[in-house]
Design a protein around this ligand. Structure first.
Ligand SMILES: [Zn+2]
Length: 280
C-alpha cells in the first residue's frame, strides 16, 4: 500500500472556526465577523494505491473557489479565503504521480464541504461514494444554508450513497470495508458534519487515519477541542475521544485535511502524539 498526500492549494479561515469559542449557537456564530485569521493551511486530498487499484479520498479544492469572494453566501464571501492554481487541482496532480483515470476504482468523500468536493469534475467516470445522510443534508437550498455549495457540483454528479454497516470497528459504532482486501475501511466520525466519515487505511501494523475535518490538527483532536462549525458539541467531543482511544490501541498516523503536519507525518510515519505540537 502507498498513500499519497496531494495538496490542492491552501485555505485560511477564522481562528474561531479551527477552535470553537463558547458553546452552542454562540460558538457557531463566533466565526462571523471574527478578526483573527489562521495562517494559510494546506488542503489535502489523498490517493491510496492498494492491491486492487487506487482509491481517492476527497477531491480537494478547485480553482472555481477563487471566485468565493463574489458569493452571496455570507460564510463563503467573508469567512474563508482560498489559494489554488489549476495545475494544483487533484486531476493534474494524479496524472503527475502516474495515476490515470483508469487506475482509480473509487472516490470516497469524507463530507461534502466545498474544499473536499471541489475537484469532483476530474472524476466523471469514476464510482463516487458519499454517506447517504451527508448527501441528503448537502442538497438543495437547505444544503446551501448549512454551508454546502451543491450548485457547484458537476451536472453529472450522482454519487452512490454509502451506508455504513452497524458493525463496530474498534471504538467506532459503524463501518464499511471499501476494498476487496478489506484493509481500507470507512468509519463514522460524526461532528464536523452530522454524517462525516473518516477513512482508515491499514498497512501491516499501521493505521493511517484519513480524518477529513474531524479536527483541523492533531493537537485539537488529542485535547478534545471542538471546532466552530460542528452542530453538536457532545457528538463532536465523543468522536474526538474515539479517535484518541483508537490511536492508543493501534499504532496510528493521524491525517486531517488541513493539518500543516499531515504530509510530513505520513512521510515519516509519525504516530499520534509523536510529531510535536502545532498551534494554528
Ligand atoms: Zn469541512
Amino acid at each position: 500500500m502507498k498513500i499519497h498526500a496531494i495538496q490542492t492549494g491552501s485555505v485560511r479561515i477564522k481562528k474561531t472556526q479551527v477552535e470553537g469559542r463558547g458553546h452552542g449557537l454562540a460558538r457557531q456564530l463566533a466565526i462571523f465577523g471574527a478578526s483573527e485569521w489562521t495562517d494559510w493551511l494546506p488542503t489535502y486530498a489523498w490517493a491510496i494505491e492498494h492491491s486492487g487499484g487506487v482509491l481517492v479520498v476527497d477531491t480537494g479544492q478547485g480553482a472555481h473557489l477563487l471566485e468565493a469572494h463574489k458569493s452571496l453566501h455570507p460564510y463563503v464571501r467573508w469567512e474563508v479565503n482560498f489559494q489554488i492554481e489549476r495545475e494544483q487541482e487533484i486531476g493534474p496532480q494524479l496524472r503527475a504521480l502516474g495515476i490515470g483515470q483508469g487506475d482509480i476504482n473509487l472516490v470516497v468523500l469524507t463530507h461534502l464541504h466545498m474544499d473536499h468536493d471541489g475537484g469532483l469534475g476530474h472524476f466523471p467516470n469514476t464510482k463516487i461514494l458519499v454517506a447517504r445522510a451527508e448527501l441528503e443534508s448537502a442538497r438543495g437550498w437547505r444544503g446551501v444554508l448549512r454551508g454546502y455549495l451543491p450548485n457547484r457540483w458537476p451536472t453529472w454528479f450522482d454519487p452512490e450513497p454509502l451506508d455504513l454497516d452497524p458493525e463496530p470497528f474498534g471504538p467506532f459504532r459503524a463501518s464499511k470495508r471499501l476494498n476487496p482486501g478489506g484493509d481500507i475501511i470507512a468509519v463514522a466520525t460524526p461532528g464536523h458534519t452530522a454524517n462525516h466519515i473518516s477513512i482508515l487505511a491499514r498497512d501491516d501494523d499501521m493505521s493511517y487515519f484519513i480524518a477529513g475535518d474531524t479536527s483541523y490538527n492533531e493537537d485539537l483532536m488529542l485535547a478534545g477541542k471542538v471546532d466552530g462549525v460542528s452542530a453538536n458539541e457532545t457528538i463532536s467531543v465523543a468522536t474526538l475521544g474515539l479517535i484518541k482511544r483508537f490511536s492508543e490501541d493501534h499504532p496510528t498516523v493521524y491525517l486531517p485535511t488541513h493539518d500543516p503536519l499531515s504530509a510530513r507525518r505520513l512521510e515519516s510515519r509519525s504516530l499520534v502524539g509523536q510529531s510535536g505540537g502545532h498551534t494554528p
